[in-house]
Design a protein around this ligand. Sequence first.
Ligand SMILES: Cc1cc2nc3c(=O)[nH]c(=O)nc-3n(C[C@H](O)[C@H](O)[C@H](O)COP(=O)(O)OP(=O)(O)OC[C@H]3O[C@@H](n4cnc5c(N)ncnc54)[C@H](O)[C@@H]3O)c2cc1C
Length: 416
Amino acid sequence: MRYSLFSLLRHSLSRHRNWAPAWHDAAPKAAYDVIIVGGGGHGLATAYYLAQVHGIRNVAVLEKRHIGSGNAGRNTTIIRSNYLLPGNNPFYEWSMRLWEGLEQDLNYNTMVSQRGVLNLYHSDAQRDAYARRGNAMRMHGVDAELLDTEGVRRMLPFLDFENARFPVLGGLLQRRGGTARHDAVVWGYARAASDLGVDIVQNCEVTGFLREGERIAGVQTSRGPIRAGKTGIAVAGNTSRLANLAGLRLPIESHVLQAFVSEAIKPFIDCVVTMGAGHFYISQSDKGGLVFGGDIDGYNSYAQRGNLPTVEHVCESGMALIPSMGRVRMLRSWGGIMDMSMDGSPIIDRTPMDGLYLNAGWCYGGFKATPASGWCFAHLLATGQAHPVARAYRLDRFATGHLIDENGRGAQPNLH
Ligand SMILES: Cc1cc2nc3c(=O)[nH]c(=O)nc-3n(C[C@H](O)[C@H](O)[C@H](O)COP(=O)(O)OP(=O)(O)OC[C@H]3O[C@@H](n4cnc5c(N)ncnc54)[C@H](O)[C@@H]3O)c2cc1C
């Protein structure tokens, strides 16, 4: 069914009681051409582009709970392509271009809002680094503007510009960045993939792999064995656990990242703002809540909940930047499990095991990558070749030393 003004009017005649489910909740078949493990944004986008771009429709997405119950439904919805390094920039810009046409492509309102992403700088050295990043972005055809203090003040007069420790000197603005509704992205991809014949199988946990010699020939699941020509892993925070079942050790650590939302208030912040002196970022949802977050919790965990010291740390950073925030009540906080790679950049590659492919290492920035990640993983699964914009995301870069260290912080996942 195509959503349109006409279908809305037609269904209003029956008081909206007869809408069909948006996607088909399938039972698993015995075999597929391709199995994608993980019903988050990346898994569903991969399945959609396999069917839509490559015509491969005998595909299943296996999700252990309900789709979107992982990080796809827990993130702070920021999308951007403000990257410095040539390994990253074309990939994230391709993602941004897919975001810009996503609603038309999926025929679904994913609420893409290009309200701008502003990274603040607080020292001369940081300004120079941001100027360099802005120049690199423009050289790749990505929009970037370096603002001085007055430029930022015009946008966000309520920031604490004269903060003694972290004065706001300016910011790097990407106007095309912004937010998208995370749940709607999951539902939109699921609906579009299901329409093209993809089986979305929920409550189906992958518990092992079927092997034929060195080849992975499918998966063992809580609902029985399922054979597959190719198997793709897209389980984000559970990557190391699942890869371990296949006998793989990966350069990935799992950490918790928390996020927070305040009570709803009147429109206050009309863009996404990040603080350069700490790891704090904030935007305002369409419902009025201030949505904010900061650093990952510093220990490894597979629990979808975090600890109080990080709550305090994030709120302190928020208060340093926006003192008036102290008068707003916090409504909720939650956590998700990050698949932190050693250099902070992702992996979209084959594994050493024939038939097994990997999509992982998204750290705390994988939501914005969802469309391009799905596009490039589908390309790899369908053609056996890395997509040109994802060529740098090789698994063996950790052995060869070709790291893509966007933050320049070395091989320490907790710093990325
Ligand atoms: C608090 C928070 C804020 C964030 N903010 C942003 C942001 O603003 N911008 C941004 O770009 N990124 C952000 N991220 C990161 C982003 O959400 C993730 O990088 C991205 O969602 C990961 O890809 P995914 O959607 O496919 O993962 P997930 O949604 O986690 O999908 C993986 C799925 O695999 C399933 N699974 C796991 N093991 C198995 C198994 N054995 N069998 C079957 N299924 C299994 C899980 O249940 C899960 O549904 C944030 C993350 C968090 C937690």
